[in-house]
Design a protein around this ligand. Structure first.
Ligand code: PEP
Ligand code: MN
Length: 264
């Protein structure tokens, strides 16, 4: 797969004067939680609402997502707010259900990108789709694995492709939850300058008070968008509580990013 300008057209369809913003909870928890967050984000910089329905947890015993019922809540949120809906898919059954429920954006999580069989299964299930498909980097700092996943999707005829940089795990202690290793994303960007590149400051930092700083770094590096975990009651979120921000805090982050840009 060489750089292809056609990869960029879906992003241009948004006709945004600012970065593409995807926001919403780490996990859909209840219908009320989904609808409340979506309504609070309506009319803001956010164009796409995210919520995990199937949650791949590193260790067993945690909350593994509400499953299919959550797709109905997202359909309702879409009908009420007009926001596009995004979910994580990790296998062909997830893809089938997401497509049946009119989900607009499907993303592949970091724990799935490491598995070529899983990515291929998803690519096959999505064959020639006109949905937007976003591939997160693999958990480990391996550019080839990330590129390999992209090639599998591209070869399946998926043209509305983008990548999400969510940082890389490390055994060493770090101020980040997942080290950004910016150079890996820059190398990918240099290879595919027309491929939309979105930063996930939530999973990079793991802490809500670092979201602004990392979002700023991404925009300074000309990223095309941000995906930020947003919850009405972050401290009591069922997953990733420490890194989620309220819809109001997200709006303040965008005001700050704009002020900084204007005073550049
Ligand atoms: C998520 O987006 O909630 C998620 C599970 O992310 P990642 O795949 O980056 O760990
Ligand atoms: Mn999360």
């Amino acid at each position: 797969m060489e750089n292809k300008k056609e990869l960029r057209t879906w992003l241009d369809d948004f006709k945004l004067s600012h970065p593409l913003v995807i926001a919403g909870p780490c996990s859909a928890e209840t219908e009320e939680q989904v609808l409340k967050i979506a309504h609070e984000l309506q009319g803001s910089d956010v164009s796409v609402f995210r919520a995990g329905i199937w949650k791949p947890r590193t260790r067993p015993g945690g909350f593994e997502g509400v499953g299919e019922i959550g797709l109905k809540w997202l359909q309702k949120a879409k009908a009420e707010t007009g926001l596009l809906m995004a979910v994580e898919v990790a296998n062909a059954a997830h893809v089938k259900l997401a497509l049946e429920h009119d989900i607009d954006v499907l993303w592949i999580g970091a724990r799935t990108t490491v598995n070529p069989f899983a990515v291929q299964e998803i690519a096959d299930a999505l064959q020639n789709t006109d949905k937007i498909v976003l591939l997160k980097n693999p958990v480990n700092p391996d550019l080839s694995l990330w590129l390999g996943g992209l090639e599998r999707l591209y070869n399946a005829g998926i043209k509305k492709l983008g990548v999400i940089h969510r940082g890389f795990s490390t055994y060493e202690k770090s101020k980040y939850r997942n080290n950004p290793e910016w150079q890996i994303a820059i190398d990918l960007q240099n290879r595919f300058p027309d491929l939309p590149l979105i930063c996930d400051p939530s999973h990079i930092t793991g802490k809500r008070d670092m979201i602004l700083e990392v979002s700023q770094q991404a925009l300074d590096l000309n990223y095309d968008g941000l995906i930020v975990e947003t919850h009405i009651d972050p401290d009591n979120a069922w997953s990733d509580a420490a890194q989620q921000v309220t819809p109001d805090a997200l709006k303040r982050i965008f005001v700050d990013l704009r002020v900084r840009k204007a005073t550049d």
